[in-house]
Design a protein around this ligand. Structure first.
Ligand code: MGD
Ligand code: SF4
Length: 716
């Protein structure tokens, strides 16, 4: 596989692509280089994509793409793409496959799923997915009778944030986030590294707000790109943010820098909250966080004086220490004190266009009880836990899981402690992986189904909650390469074999989209325009509440819950409590991770265009510490954690831009599958070092930043 692919010579040098610029036609579609889903203009010349630019009509791109969006061509023409269905012939994990026909591979998949469902019941099936194409397989699995459907974007990413906000405001922080950054006068970032963490629209909004004079407070153990734009950088000791946030609350209350009438009208439990935070004085917080009292007071004043047009950003990947729901609730509570819910520069009210199911498509049954947790655990989990499905596969509690479908998520580099993921896979009767590249997960599958990329397929219509409601269309701009196929087609074919064809009643993807648009009341003219422009826009509902209007929230009290009775009733702290995290021992460092603006998780690690811009990850090490250890920038080290897990060699970046008690690396490198020739053994895999993780008792997310590593120089 790999070297003989028919499109290898299409990975054209830039000059020949430039020859095509300005020529050919433009086809609108939607990006999937990450899951933000910006609108794209694909310029196609001579059957090849020669440029990707932002669709000016699309509210998330506004005429621009981020570097990964532009670099999508590198994924489309990646010579290592999966091109044929594969069936395992050797031991599981031996990566010995034979090429199969689609007929064979689909028959084998349907048989594998059917056998397990018949023998153990549909609750023994699980679907792991990430990305828009997952929707078709969700329909398939619901049709088969299981609720075991999970994406890592919940318990490995933003789940705790949404639960923290729901417990406080009755509503999650949204995706796209409902933070009204463009109108903020002051914003605090708790570890959120906007600019390195690249969501096109968020970064556009961020730059625009900074351009208008927004004052920024960045709380991060590392001098991030955002820290470089900040009025205040608070280099916090990792894992102590709850103390800082409660310290801000303490100062704002103590100094009377909040709107007492607003709190009186819109909050419950404020007096108890005030009593609880009284002990988080600036001096007490300093001992935990290392943030000087005068800095804590000055930053609290900045936030409070600009209220309600100031905010603490809700963040995004917040799975750090296992107390993440409480930290995010503390973020929500400081926002509550700022009175910014529904206010410009705080949190806006989003709206969306409700899409209906096609009339000829019967509703799939919704099953409530997933097998992702033992009865009674993680009571506030709002989605199925991917780590929980893995745990059930290993333990049989609450029931055994015997077949997995894995769509577009490389579980060995996504779920913490990869040893557990591989052990769980070995217990399965059947596993099928659907991917575009030979990612590690595919090496463990019984059947591999090659999907075509987002530039070669339709997916379901896209209509998120946002400032301006819209519907966007992903449509193919070139033919699928090799023998790869779209997910909608695979799901339909599997549906036929599993007696579920009624859920996939269309012949073509255009029928599927047309039926749905018709059911949702769009006229023929609007539909034609969607194909032409890529997007249908609608008038937004009011984005802000009238100043002074009482809040009517979806919390049990209808108000901001400064003291949460529901948390108290279920045995959790009704107000967040700071607990000191374990500290690294001598010669070891806490491992922190983040993003590069030109890569998405591990998905882009084989993309030549993006590797051109950021070729490998590095381990950031405090310069003074590096000098003590005899290390310099450019040296290579093996990274080893407390359990003896290793990754590397990784390049050292010795810098003053990070505290001495932690090291930092960009997630997503150090792939081990040799079929991805550029990604193989390039840099370090942070996930290999997450043999320890802490599960949030409130909602089951996995905190990763609890591993300690040592560095050993190696000669390469
Ligand atoms: P993290 O990656 O965890 O989350 O992006 P973020 O929400 O920003 O953030 C890492 C930052 O937190 C680093 O600056 C790190 O130094 C800091 N940090 C680590 N520990 C602590 C701590 O204890 N306290 C504080 N205050 N700071 C700490 C993730 C987001 O990025 C998500 S969820 C997705 S899905 C997208 N993924 C993605 C991508 O893969 N690539 C790119 N380029 N952009 C992306 N954007 C999105
Ligand atoms: Fe594509 Fe970048 Fe938008 Fe993500 S943020 S959808 S990678 S353009």
């Amino acid at each position: 596989m790999g070297s003989s692919l028919p499109w290898e010579n299409l990975e054209t040098p830039l000059e020949s692509q430039e020859a095509g610029l300005g020529q050919g036609s433009i086809i609108p579609t939607v990006c999937e280089m990450c899951f933000w889903k910006c609108g794209v203009h694909a310029r196609v010349h001579d059957g090849k994509v020669v440029a990707l630019t932002g669709n000016p009509d699309h509210p998330l791109s506004r005429g621009r793409l981020c570097p990964r969006g532009v670099g999508g061509i590198g994924s489309l023409y990646d010579p290592d793409r999966l091109s044929e269905p594969l069936i395992r012939v050797g031991e599981r994990g031996s990566q010995e496959f034979r090429v199969a026909t689609w007929e064979e591979a689909l028959d084998r998949t349907a048989e594998g799923l059917r056998k397990v469902a018949d023998q153990y019941g549909p609750e023994s099936l699980a679907l792991f997915y990430h990305g828009a194409g997952g929707s078709f397989f969700k329909t398939l699995f619901k049709g088969m009778g299981t609720a075991n459907i999970a994406a890592p974007s919940y318990a490995q990413c933003r789940g705790p944030r949404d639960v923290g906000f729901e417990l406080t405001f009755g509503e999650g922080a949204g995706s796209p986030e409902i933070a009204d950054v463009p109108n903020a006068r002051v914003m605090a970032l708790i570890g959120t590294h906007l600019g390195e963490n690249m969501h096109n629209t968020s970064v556009q909004d961020f730059s625009a707000a900074l351009g208008k004079g927004m004052r920024l407070i960045t709380v991060d153990p590392r001098y991030s790109v955002a820290a470089g734009k900040s009025k205040y950088w608070l280099p916090i000791k990792p894992g102590t943010d709850i103390a800082l946030l409660l310290g801000w609350a303490n100062v704002i209350i103590r100094e009377g820098w909040y709107d007492a009438a607003y709190i009186e009208k819109n909050a419950v439990g404020f007096d108890k909250f005030r009593a609880e935070v009284a002990k988080y004085t600036p001096e007490a917080v300093y001992i935990e966080t290392g943030i000087k009292p005068e800095q804590l007071i000055a930053t609290a004043r900045e936030l409070a004086q600009a209220a309600p047009h100031s905010l603490v950003h809700p963040g995004r990947r917040v799975t750090w220490y296992g107390d993440d729901t409480q930290r995010c609730r503390a973020v929500a509570l400081v926002n509550g004190l700022l009175g910014n819910w529904g206010q410009p520069g705080g949190f806006y009210m989003s709206s969306s266009i409700p899409l209906k199911q096609a009339e000829n498509q019967p509703p799939v049954p919704e099953h409530q009880a997933a097998s992702d947790r033992p009865a009674g655990s993680y009571p506030y989990a709002g989605s199925v836990l991917a780590n929980g499905l893995r745990e059930a596969t290993l333990t049989g509690d609450p029931n055994e899981l015997k077949a997995w479908m894995v769509y577009g998520t490389n579980l060995p580099m996504v779920l913490p402690d990869p040893r557990k993921t591989l052990a769980a896979i070995q217990k399965l009767d059947f596993m099928v992986a659907i991917d575009i590249l030979p990612m590690e997960i595919t090496g463990w599958a019984d059947v591999v189904l090659p999907e075509c990329t987002y530039l070669e397929r339709h997916d379901d219509l896209i209509a998120p909650w946002y400032r301006e409601p819209y519907v966007a269309l992903r449509q193919p701009v070139v033919e699928p390469m090799g023998n790869s196929k779209p997910g909608w087609w695979m799901a339909k074919e599997l549906g036929k074999r599993l007696g579920l064809e009624q859920h996939f009643p269309w012949e073509t993807a255009n029928d599927m989209i047309g039926d749905r648009l018709n059911a949702s009341g769009f006229s023929a003219a609007q539909q034609a325009n969607l194909y032409k422009k890529g997007v249908i826009l609608k008038q937004a509902d009011p984005m802000y509440l009238p100043a002074g209007a009482p809040l009517d929230l979806a919390t049990p009290s209808g108000k901001i819950e400064f003291w949460s009775q529901q948390l108290a009733d279920t045995g959790f702290d009704p107000v967040p409590v700071y607990r000191r995290p374990e500290q690294p021992g001598p010669g070891t460092f806490r491992l922190l991770t983040g993003r590069s603006p030109v890569h998405t998780f591990g998905r882009t690690a084989n993309n030549s265009r993006l590797l051109d811009q950021y070729p490998e990850n590095e381990v950031w090490l405090n310069r003074a510490t590096a000098v003590d250890m005899g290390l310099r920038s450019g040296d290579r080290v093996m990274m080893k954690n407390q359990d003896g897990a290793e990754t590397g060699p990784v390049k050292v970046k010795a810098t003053e831009r990070i505290r001495g008690d932690c090291v930092y690396m960009v997630h997503g490198f150090g792939h081990k599958d040799p079929r991805m020739r550029r990604a193989h053994n390039n840099g370090g895999d942070d996930n290999a070092l997450t043999t320890r993780y802490k599960v949030d008792p409130i909602m089951g997310a996995t905190g990763y930043s609890v591993n300690f590593v040592s560095l050993e120089k190696v000669e390469v």
